[in-house]
Design a protein around this ligand. Structure first.
Ligand code: SAM
Length: 391
């Protein structure tokens, strides 16, 4: 594959200097290079490449607002309740949560201190952006311009000082699947790492001994039995992330929503080539070496490791559910019913219904996972989103 753009050149330079780079280094540059990584470039509005739950329908944020309200009560109604949303993208979730709080949880709205943080400058520069709202939710969630950004502090992630002593909730949707991953393959019964190199300007992969023992350590800790030829990913960046989150949070909750699975299902015979996927203007591919800097690269989250890392850092798992279960527990059907009672044309009602249903449909976002962890509180009550899930 020919290299050409600034990001291509940056990758070529790194490979020239070091002979090869890890896939995690490659992914870091592709997504986050200041010289034009997918998430750093201004032209790349997320919604022009793929949808997410918050961009699909604001009811997603409204239901999370209900969960946040209970969290606030469980913390003893503190006078300031922080929500730190990391990887806030276009700000759709921030706006829908803050709007919903004013409508359905006004006491929480009074004390809510919402911080939306991202590398992505789009949202930072366009606070009035309201795309994705026109789904026929008038009377229920229609955004008021003066409320839309009220209470949301927008922070550029890069170079910002980490937050401290947070009492509240650290929240992310589709963040961790975008952390750079190391790729591995099983050869001759051993774990080898996939490196990226260049031959005559074409990017190619080579297998060699892992660049860090942490890859094998992670896989060994999961006690998996991986067959010869198996390929997969290991998300080591989750380790630093969990440590940072635990240090940031004084008392409260972490709410992680993402696509992924528990380790035995993730590293399963169904995924013998891993879970890495690229999105470019709604086209899905498994080739990260094309359209460099122009496409998203993601890998499913290993929730087993995320929970274990949390345990190590004092974050106790208090809930793990499918997004469909989580939203249903929080009253998804009441919002669906409310839509039916609105004075909307049949076409607009159907549009709103279809957009809402993507949130719980198992072929869309319903199969995503929601993980809640706590720090600094003894939880006597189950969180509403995770009630009655059974064994
Ligand atoms: C798939 S998008 C999701 C955006 C949004 N949460 C949503 O659901 O629509 C992932 C976002 O995470 C951001 N991101 C990735 N790593 C980050 C980090 N360490 N700190 C802040 N933002 C990050 C990216 O810039 C990108 O906007």
């Amino acid at each position: 594959m020919r290299l050409s753009s600034a990001v291509d050149r940056e990758i070529r330079g790194l490979i020239q200097k070091n002979g090869r780079i890890t896939f995690a280094q490659f992914m870091q540059v592709c997504l986050y290079s200041p010289s034009g990584g997918f998430y750093s470039s201004r032209g790349n509005r997320i919604s022009s490449h793929f949808g997410t739950s918050p961009t699909s329908h604001p009811v997603f944020g409204a239901l999370i607002a209900r969960q946040l309200e209970q969290m606030w009560h469980l913390l003893g109604d503190p006078p300031v309740f922080h929500v730190i949303e990391v990887g806030s993208g276009d700000g759709a979730l921030a706006r829908s949560i803050v709007d919903a709080c004013w409508r359905i949880a006004p006491r929480l709205a009074q004390v809510l201190y919402y911080v939306a943080t991202d590398y992505q400058p789009c949202w930072l520069q366009s606070p009035d952006h309201t795309s994705g709202w026109d789904f026929g939710t008038e009377g229920l969630m229609e955004p008021k311009k003066e409320d839309t950004i009220l209470g949301i502090q927008r922070v550029k992630a890069e170079g910002s000082r980490p937050f401290q002593n947070v009492v509240g909730c650290i929240l992310c949707n589709e963040l961790i699947d975008n952390f750079p991953v190391h790729r591995f393959a099983i050869r001759d019964g051993r774990v080898k790492e996939v490196f990226v190199t260049s031959e005559g300007g074409n990017l190619t992969e080579v297998l060699d001994e892992p660049s860090t023992p942490r890859i094998e350590k992670r896989l060994a800790s999961l006690e998996l039995s991986l067959p010869e030829g198996y390929r997969g990913e290991v998300n080591l960046a989750m380790e630093d992330w969990t440590g940072q989150v635990a240090r940031t949070l004084d008392r409260g909750f972490v709410l992680t929503i993402d696509y992924g699975k528990l380790a035995p299902d993730l590293y399963s015979p169904q995924n013998t080539q891993g879970t890495l996927v690229c999105y470019n203007r709604h086209v899905v591919s498994s080739n990260p070496y094309q359209d460099i800097g122009q496409q998203d690269i993601t890998a499913q989250v290993d929730f087993t490791s995320l929970m274990r890392l949390g345990d190590r850092h004092g974050l106790t798992t208090v809930g793990y559910a499918l997004q469909s279960q989580f939203l249903t527990n929080l009253g998804f059907s009441s919002f669906l019913d409310a839509l039916r009672t609105q004075d909307l044309s049949a076409a607009r009602m159907e549009l709103g219904r279809m957009a809402m249903m993507t949130l719980v449909d198992s072929d869309e976002y319903g199969d995503f996972k929601v993980l809640s962890q706590t720090k600094g509180i003894g939880l006597g009550t189950e969180l509403m989103g995770f009630e009655n899930l059974g064994p």
